[in-house]
Design a protein around this ligand. Structure first.
Ligand code: GLY
Length: 594
């Protein structure tokens, strides 16, 4: 979580004041909080490597790794582990994610699928009771929605494949932050506040995150010694300790028999996870998606994420269109998003279970057919129907029906680059803000509720690619993206935000590439998201009037996404960018400032 780091003496002063007020300050410790690095900076330019995350501590830890000679992969794992401490409601070892890596030595882009996986006992009707889907909120806070965590295996895979340090070294900075503590900021308080009711239901969660039933105070020091010990365990024994050891047993016990307090009235359904599910978990390398957009090579995450296919299809539709002036560009951005979402919902799921027509979804022919549907003078009636990516694209088809995308508030994205030219775009999550709300007792981390990313019932007339299944991975929207120009890195980016991740990445690309904004402006610009829904969700600052004149309707969304990105400038300089305002602002840094 974002902690603007006061100086050591200011930390002491704040802590003393808060202690005097009797609120939310950890007791005196032999481990004082880490000395601060100053306020977060959303834009940094320089050389030697870069790290950008939503959080100052995570960025600092990642940058330390680069300064000590580590590479972009090492820095990404170190920063991600730190986000598990300081952003515990958005990420952590109880969750999963997708890791995209550009390897300078070979010019290749690799990806790791660290998606959570359904237990083998999970059937397609797992979220249906007495013929009706269970209330979504019940599934959110349950054992039933917990998938096998993918994040620890992702870290081990990334370091084994491309890292230059071992897991023990990569976890050192994060463990230090967990043990010594970080200074709580308003965002941490807000996100805890949003979870008070749920955390109160579980002793393990309230013990860790609440102080006499309330969030910790802004400015207090938050320590998580249990998580420091858990990281120490992984450092000593490797991530197998989580998948097969005593910790695996504790995770299974927590899922199968959630530790609900006696006085809680919450209905908390047990889950289906078993030791065998954890023991057999893999984080496979997958071929990235690739589309060409205005001469750039755009690499993304393949299924089970829908990020690469949906961003890629929308870019292809835009390239097949005449974008015209800025209003027409945004009109086409919204329409291309809606069309690509219709196809995502119909066709994209776990490729181990579903025959995803990825090549056709990303083909220029399909994009041209879909682009034909866009009317420059009038918005399409939403939802639009999915197209037919069958290779036969002689003429424009007509639309009939469609479905609505889902949304989410959690997740986090980080971007790193090193002095050798390697680049990482890594998005990780525990799904809802606060995951399933349940801390594994004594272990210091929340479990995911990623299986709520499955559709609970068929949304596609008997063809839903995203129903639950044994060992299946729920469809994701995470869109870590790396873009090359003439074979060299041009831009790397990603965002949290549930299915709005896709449109956020797309809009930043349109802003940067088509509307000619520089990267900080492209990230800061007000956002709108059209995911094949009747109304477009838009931030307050988004200029709606010209698009309303074309028939788009809008509803408010106070904040969409939280991007981090790195642009590779001419002459070898790096432009690292985070949010100036959203989610309290992010933290960008380079090894050598220019
Ligand atoms: N949990 C958000 C996503 O995977 O899209």
């Amino acid at each position: 979580m974002r902690s603007s780091r006061p100086t050591g003496s200011l930390v002491a002063l704040v802590a003393a004041v808060a202690l005097a007020l009797g609120v939310g300050v950890a007791p005196a410790s032999a481990h004082p909080p880490h000395p601060g690095q100053g306020d977060k900076v959303p834009v940094a330019t320089g050389t030697g490597g870069a790290v950008t995350t939503v959080d100052a501590d995570a960025t600092r830890v990642g940058l330390d790794v680069l300064r000590r000679g580590g590479n972009a992969v090492d820095a990404a794992v170190a920063a991600a582990a730190t986000l598990g401490v300081t952003e515990p409601f958005s990420s952590g070892i109880g969750g999963g994610g997708f890791f995209v890596y550009y390897e300078a030595a070979t010019g290749q882009v690799h990806t790791i699928d660290g998606r959570e996986t359904a237990p083998m006992a999970m059937q397609s009707n797992a979220f249906v009771e007495n013929g009706v889907p269970i209330p979504f909120a019940d599934a959110v806070t349950s054992g039933l929605s917990v998938g096998v965590p993918g994040t620890p295996r992702t870290w081990a895979t990334a370091l084994d494949q491309w890292g230059s340090i071992d897991l023990r070294t990569a976890l050192r900075g994060a463990t230090d932050v967990a043990r010594r503590g970080f200074v709580v900021d308003q965002t941490f308080v807000d996100q805890t506040t949003a979870n008070v009711a749920r955390f109160s239901a579980f002793r393990s969660s309230s013990d860790l995150f609440l102080r006499r039933g309330a969030p910790p105070a802004v400015g207090s020091v938050f320590r998580n010694r249990d998580l420091a010990d858990t990281y120490d365990l992984l450092a000593r024994k490797g991530v197998d300790a989580l998948y097969t050891g005593r910790l695996a047993q504790e995770i299974v016990r927590t899922v199968q028999d959630p530790p609900v307090g006696r006085r809680s009235t919450l209905v908390v359904r047990p889950g289906l996870l078993e030791l065998g599910d954890l023991a057999s978990y893999q984080s496979p390398l997958r071929a990235p998606t690739l589309v060409s957009y205005r001469g750039l090579d755009v690499y993304g995450m393949a299924p089970p994420s829908s990020g690469g296919s949906t961003v890629g299809e929308a870019l292809n539709i835009l390239e097949a269109s005449d974008l015209g002036d800025p209003t027409q560009t945004l009109h086409h951005y919204l329409e291309a998003s809606a069309l690509a979402f219709a196809d995502r919902n119909r066709y994209v799921g776990d490729p181990a279970f579903v025959d995803v027509p990825l090549e056709q979804l990303l083909s220029d022919g399909f994009a041209a057919e879909r682009a034909c549907l866009i009317n420059p003078t009038a918005a399409l009636t939403k939802p639009v129907a999915p197209g037919v990516p069958d290779g036969d694209y002689a003429s424009c088809a007509t639309a009939a029906a469609g479905t609505e995308g889902t949304d989410g508030q959690s997740t986090t994205h980080l971007t790193t680059a090193d002095r050798w030219g390697n680049v990482v775009a890594y998005t990780l999550t525990i799904e809802s803000l606060g995951g399933n709300g349940i801390v594994v007792p004594g272990r210091g981390f929340l479990l995911n509720n990623e299986l709520t990313d499955f559709n609970f019932t068929d949304t596609q007339g008997g063809n839903d690619p995203n129903l639950p299944g044994p060992g299946k991975r729920p469809r994701s929207s995470m869109s870590p993206t790396i873009i090359l120009a003439d074979g060299a890195p041009f831009l790397a980016l990603g965002s949290p935000g549930g299915s709005t991740i896709i449109t956020t990445v797309l809009q930043v690309l349109v802003n940067r590439v088509d509307l000619g904004m520089d990267l900080p402006a492209a990230v800061a610009a007000p956002r709108a998201t059209q995911r094949n829904t009747v109304a477009v969700q838009a931030e307050p600052g988004f200029d709606r009037a010209p698009l309303q004149a074309l028939g788009h309707t809008f509803v408010d969304n106070p904040e969409i996404g939280a991007v981090t990105a790195i642009e590779f400038l001419d002459g070898g300089a790096l432009l690292a960018v985070a949010e100036p305002v959203r989610r309290g602002g992010g933290s960008a840094a380079v090894v050598h400032d220019s």
